[in-house]
Design a protein around this ligand. Structure first.
Ligand SMILES: [Zn+2]
Length: 282
């Protein structure tokens, strides 16, 4: 019996021990609010299903006989220890996940009164636009992408980071659920992953907005654009131009707001970039 064969057997055995064993002293996985976590499982006879926070998450082969899965940790997920469950025919195993508080900045913006206080018709318009955008987060898209982005959608400087606690004209608002990238008006915006255009809308607060469904519950949103170059229902390839940077809606200058939802969790787009660590430190 070769040593590597023995190690492999032990790994398979340890991965499939019943979930009744005492919990490990340290968590199997660690992540912060807003992260997309990649988890692994050693080889199992068939594709396992992955569960966390009461939802299922995508699983793909890791190309080496094992499996990898992705879990989106919402910006406001309560810090603490959670259980990750892998299930396959007649077997299951659990791992632990420690979530720590994200380190987020505070951001103040000053805007015209009409962009901070709304009359009834404007409020009704905003609500219906938000409802249409939210519907895209759970739309079915027939594609199975790797859960990642190939790069930034626009060349520019991150002006407001993900998760920033927002104050608009001094009043606290929802945390910033995307990345703002400042760039000259007219700069092309490229889709950082192939997908289907789920929404094109001229929104009161978000301005000209495009939502792209990539499959597997991964949806990216681009706002405040000067113009839009795609239409609803269109399939687009990685790198296609979807619009131009602008300052439409509630914006203090030309920039792109780039948001990502992963199975409805508000996650940091930067955590899906190839050089995620470097980007996150910006
Ligand atoms: Zn923004």
């Amino acid at each position: 019996m070769s040593a590597s064969w023995l190690v492999r057997c032990l790994l398979i055995f340890s991965a499939w021990m019943p979930a009744t064993l005492p919990a490990a002293e340290t968590a199997d996985w660690q992540a912060a609010q807003g992260d997309v976590l990649t988890v692994h499982l050693e080889s199992t006879p068939e594709r396992p299903r992955l569960f966390c926070f009461g939802s299922s998450w995508p699983v793909q082969s890791d190309g080496r006989g094992g499996w990898q899965g992705w879990i989106g940790i919402d910006l406001k997920r309560k810090p603490g220890t959670y259980q990750i469950l892998w299930k396959s025919e007649g077997a299951q195993t659990s791992q632990t996940l420690d979530i720590r508080r994200g380190v987020f900045r505070v951001s103040h913006i000053q805007v015209e009164k009409r962009m901070a206080e709304f009359d009834a018709p404007t409020l009704a318009r905003i609500r219906s636009e938000v409802k249409a955008l939210k519907a895209t987060y759970t739309a079915d898209v027939d594609a199975e992408p790797a859960i990642r982005m190939t790069g930034m959608p626009v060349n520019g400087i991150v002006s407001t980071p993900f998760g920033a606690q927002r104050f608009v004209n001094g009043e606290p608002r929802s945390p910033h659920s995307g990345l703002d990238i400042a760039a000259a008006a007219g700069t092309p915006v490229h889709a950082p992953l192939a997908g289907r255009v789920l929404l094109v809308a001229d929104m009161y607060l978000n301005g000209n907005t495009v939502a792209i469904g990539h499959g597997n519950g991964l949806v990216s949103v681009y706002s405040h654009m000067q113009s839009v170059a795609v239409r609803t229902g269109q399939w687009i390839s990685d790198g296609d131009v979807i619009g131009q940077v602008g300052a439409t809606g509630r914006a203090t200058g030309p920039h792109l707001h780039w948001g990502v939802r992963f199975r409805n969790a508000r996650v940091n787009p930067a955590s899906l970039l190839p050089d995620a660590t470097a980007r996150l430190e910006k």
